[in-house]
Design a protein around this ligand. Structure first.
Ligand code: ADP
Ligand code: MG
Length: 401
């Protein structure tokens, strides 16, 4: 792969595919980690005298403009972080984008509106995606791929556009891939993987590949309840994917055969309903129960304190830890203890620690941990998981050669 240093960027229009998909609440950015992560790449191009055209998706709009997913607040924040003004184009390939790019002087930056306001970005049809990539290509001379969180997507700006322009890999993706290599090739052992969060079906898949690689797999968050149910326990109204139970049972069998230790929660924090994440009102009926005694009319919203201690003990002597997915609904203080316990255990260990996943990365910062104390906080959840699954990532493939 070529790097930015291999391109002649001075005076050229350089398209930077970034991942600026940050969490927003009422138009406010609640975690700017992804903006800060790609800022050094943009700053480097500014320094080198490029005309920088930044583009990203945000959320999941339906292929047409939708104000709630506008990147406008991100342009402001990016400008603050870079310390230079960032011109904002109110469309992606239309009149505003063309005029804004044409007005760029060397060393200036523009951010285009949300790529997914155009159906061509995510189209399954190659021709439709290609047509949109052609329009994007007309805005630039060179392409830098640095949106790590999107490299597992076969999208126009990720996959088709680099084929149309001289291209290089950005510094963020280069760093992220370097870290993932440390998790797949010559891994320092014991290698402990902690999985949680809510996207159960997305995450069950990675276990398949990890069964041949990790020494211990700790399961918390929503997917823990599918494991508990597989062992015949009542899980009340907790997140549960019944159709995954046979897969989970097969994993447990294979783990035994491969000498991989599976650790699932021994207790859980439950309540009669999902907490109000806006008001964060106290949860009167919050209680801790053993994992085999979850009342049928409650749902599990965090791992319990005994599980937190158990997980910490399994992390303490690790040499490598990969963590993806919060242990509970950390957005509410009543259900953040399990996630805090795991974050603290990572910091207490001497391991090379990697945190992946948008919400997991946001969680460690929002819960007050010093992000610089972790080995690496990845900007990509799905992308990291698919890499660890051993899949080919379209956005990395496109940057080869
Ligand atoms: P990441 O973005 O780090 O990959 P996910 O998107 O998979 O993580 O999951 C994050 C979400 O999982 C958080 O919003 C959290 O509230 C939710 N979550 C964690 N544990 C549970 C649970 N037991 N029940 C429901 N949601 C959960
Ligand atoms: Mg998430």
């Amino acid at each position: 792969m070529k790097t930015i240093e291999d391109l002649q960027v001075a005076g050229q229009r350089v398209f930077v595919r970034a991942d600026l998909n940050v969490p927003l609440s009422g138009g406010e950015i609640t975690d700017d980690g992804r903006i800060r992560a790609v800022a050094p790449t943009i700053a480097k191009l500014v320094q080198a005298g490029a005309k920088v055209v930044v583009a990203s998706h945000l959320g999941r709009p339906k292929g047409e403009p939708d104000p709630q997913f506008s990147l406008a607040p991100v342009a402001v924040r990016l400008g603050e972080i870079l310390g230079v003004p960032v011109a904002f184009a109110t469309d992606t390939v239309g009149e505003s984008a063309k005029a804004t790019v044409a007005a760029l002087a060397d060393g200036e930056v523009t951010l285009l509106e949300n790529l997914r306001f155009n159906a061509g970005e995510t189209a399954k049809d190659d021709a439709e995606r290609g047509a949109f990539a052609d329009e994007l290509a007309a805005l630039a001379d060179l392409y830098v791929g640095d949106g790590f969180g999107a490299v597992h997507r076969k999208h126009a700006s990720v996959y088709d556009l680099p084929a149309r322009l001289p291209h290089a890999v950005g510094d963020l993706i280069a760093t992220e891939v370097g870290v993932l290599k440390r998790l797949t090739e010559e891994v320092a052992r014991p290698y402990v993987v902690v999985l949680g969060g809510s996207k159960v079906s997305d995450k069950v898949g990675v276990i398949d590949n990890l069964l041949g690689k990790a020494d211990r797999i700790l399961i918390g968050g929503g997917m823990a309840f599918t494991f508990l149910a597989a062992q015949g326990h009542e899980v009340g109204t907790s997140l549960l994917q019944k159709d995954q139970i046979p897969t989970v049972l097969e994993y447990l069998e294979r783990a035994k055969a491969n000498g991989v230790e599976f650790v699932i929660p021994v207790d859980a924090v439950v309540s009669g309903g999902f907490p109000d994440l806006k008001t964060k009102a106290p949860v009167e009926d919050r209680r801790v129960v053993d994992a085999d005694k979850i009342p049928a009319d409650t749902l599990g919203l965090d791992i319990g304190p005994k599980s937190g201690e158990l997980f910490a003990s399994k992390i303490a002597d690790a040499a490598t830890v990969f963590w993806n997915g919060p242990m509970g609904v950390f957005e509410h203080p009543a259900f953040a203890d399990g996630t805090k316990a795991v974050a603290a255990a990572l910091l207490d260990s001497d391991a090379f620690t990697v945190v992946g996943g948008g919400d997991s990365a946001a969680a460690v910062r929002i819960l007050g941990f010093d992000e610089t104390k972790f080995g690496h906080i990845s900007t990509g959840g799905g992308a990291s998981l698919e890499y660890l699954e051993g899949k080919t990532l379209p956005g990395l493939d496109a940057l080869e050669g």
